[in-house]
Ligand binder design. Structure first.
Ligand code: ADP
Ligand code: S3P
Ligand code: MG
Length: 170
């Protein structure tokens, strides 16, 4: 299959770049978090509060297992690479792009956002540890790593489009 997956830590720009890339490449766009909200009728904080993180992880895996569309862009949630099964599905069904942003920038973007339950429950130090702990999985799962520091959303999107075309031999 021919999908493009955006992966990386919370706040690295997966949703913002994925949406822009979908306009540029003229492909349908799916944000996994939004799809899960639509399917369950609950917000992400509600799912975490009412059912816990494991339940949310199960919804992510089910989404990846049941999703049928090809030729599209999927922005994932930052925890999607925690499960090997998810890593495998993504690598086997598309190109995986990792947006690598420096932690201080990530923190600046996410620390006040009420829609990310993991951030609400944790200190800056804990989130920084999580970022470090997840980094290797992002690197291992990705076909391409895109460093986002000092780049605008427009520049990152154009660079991502260039890399996608190069890897597809277009
Ligand atoms: N390179 C960038 N330059 C400026 N703002 C950015 C950049 N990348 C992301 N943002 C902004 O940071 C916030 C978080 O981005 P988002 O796409 O929601 O991250 P993610 O989906 O990876 O958690 C959004 O307001 C987004 O517009
Ligand atoms: O990193 C995580 O564990 C999470 C990231 C979020 O998505 P974003 O990466 O788009 O913020 C969302 O899936 C949920 O709050 C959990
Ligand atoms: Mg997002």
């Amino acid at each position: 299959m021919n999908r493009i997956y955006m992966i990386g830590f919370m706040g690295c720009g997966k949703s913002a770049v994925g949406r822009r890339l979908s306009f540029l490449l003229k492909l349908p766009f799916y944000d996994m978090d939004k799809e899960i909200v639509r399917q369950t009728g609950k917000t992400i904080p509600e799912i975490f509060e009412e059912h816990g993180e494991e339940y949310f992880r199960e919804l992510e895996t089910k989404f990846l297992q049941n999703f049928k569309n090809d030729h599209c862009i999927i922005s994932t949630g930052g925890g999607v690479t925690m499960r090997k099964a998810n890593q495998k599905i993504m690598r086997n069904t598309g190109l995986v792009l990792f947006l690598d942003a420096p932690f201080r920038e990530i923190w600046r973007r996410i620390h006040r956002d009420p829609n990310r339950p993991i951030v609400r429950q944790s200190t800056r130090e804990e989130i920084e540890e999580l970022h470090k702990a997840r980094y290797r999985d992002y690197k291992q799962t990705a076909h391409i790593t895109i460093r986002t520091e000092f780049r605008t959303l427009r520049q990152i999107t154009q660079y991502a489009a260039f890399q996608v075309k190069r890897l597809k031999g277009e």
